[in-house]
Design a protein around this ligand. Structure first.
Ligand code: SF4
Length: 303
């Protein structure tokens, strides 16, 4: 195939009537072709406001499912079928049912989960509003999955007993394996930089942070904070995004923090997806209805 440029893709998307949505962790080339870049919930909600009825989604499968479920009448395509999320896949419906039976407590599901698992949850949350959602539930014991590190952060912030499901195996490999030493090394190199971390990182990394927040919260924090330098402890795509948004500030990332699934999308397969109108995402109507209900409830709780 000949070399594909960003302009070629923008032109083809326009000709074929697609709006392009890209997650913050996508390759920077792909962020540049997108009409909107954001976190998974921002993108799903953005899709609702768009008049065009064809969406090319760039992220991983559970996010594309969510975009489709919240926009059931629109056509949603993705360039690669195998771009998935091991953390989302670690939480199976049976685990939720078993935990609920064992503890008799409400289940809060993190948005980074499969559409199927979401069907069995009582509440939904994002990393931006997890603390708020859990604090408003009338129960001192909360079942939370799939991310154990986010569960730990929520427990710390709310003072509630938060039981992670599936437990030790529920984590994002990109965030879970960042070490305190890696971040301290960067801090040594850039002593003036503030440390900004995602709540999916382990507790020891979180404790040295100047700010803990989701990608959308990070974006707001660096915009308003007076510092000129930041160490960004999340997937590297976000570092590229912040560099592009705030060229007058400096951002340093952790080199090992790469999500291989997010990086499966590239200029070539995106161009092919547009050419062939593939691969289409389909979800069941009943599953879409349950997700819409959970999203609505979450938004009401996090106002
Ligand atoms: S960064 Fe982590 S949570 Fe996000 S898609 Fe990749 S593995 Fe899943």
């Amino acid at each position: 195939m000949i070399n594909i440029s960003i302009e070629d893709i923008k032109k083809l998307a326009k000709e074929k009537g697609y709006v392009v949505l890209a997650h913050n962790y996508q390759l920077y080339d792909l962020q540049q072709i997108a009409d909107f870049v954001g976190d998974s919930l921002q993108l799903a909600q953005m899709a609702r406001k768009i008049e065009m009825d064809k969406i090319l989604f760039l992220g991983v499968d559970f996010m594309a499912e969510m975009v489709k479920a919240l926009n059931i009448d629109k056509k949603v395509i993705v360039p690669v079928r195998t771009a998935t999320c091991p953390m989302a896949n670690s939480l199976e419906p049976e685990m939720i049912l078993e935990a609920k039976k064992k503890y008799g407590a409400p289940f809060v599901i993190y948005v980074n989960s499969t559409l199927e698992a979401k069907q069995y949850a009582d509440y939904l949350c994002t990393s931006a509003n997890a603390v708020e959602v859990v604090s408003k539930i009338d129960s001192d014991v909360i079942l939370f999955g799939p991310d154990k590190n986010l569960a730990n952060y929520v427990a710390e912030k709310t003072g509630k007993k938060v039981i992670p499901v599936p437990g030790e195996t529920g984590y994002c490999y990109v965030h879970n394996y960042v070490t305190l030493q890696q971040v301290l090394r960067l801090k040594n190199l850039y002593p003036k930089a503030k440390v900004v971390v995602h709540p999916e990182v382990p507790k020891d990394v979180r404790t040295i942070a100047d700010y803990v927040g989701s990608t959308s919260q990070m974006e707001k924090f660096v915009a308003l904070d007076e510092s000129k330098e930041f160490i960004i402890v999340t997937e590297k795509g976000m570092v590229d995004r912040l560099k592009a948004l705030y060229p007058n500030k400096k951002f340093y990332g952790v080199n090992s923090m790469l999500c291989y699934n997010m990086k499966k999308n590239n200029l070539k397969n995106v161009y092919k997806a547009l050419q062939n109108d593939q691969f289409e995402i389909n979800v069941e109507k009943t599953q879409a209805e349950k997700l819409s209900y959970l999203v609505q409830k979450m938004l009401e709780m996090s106002r």
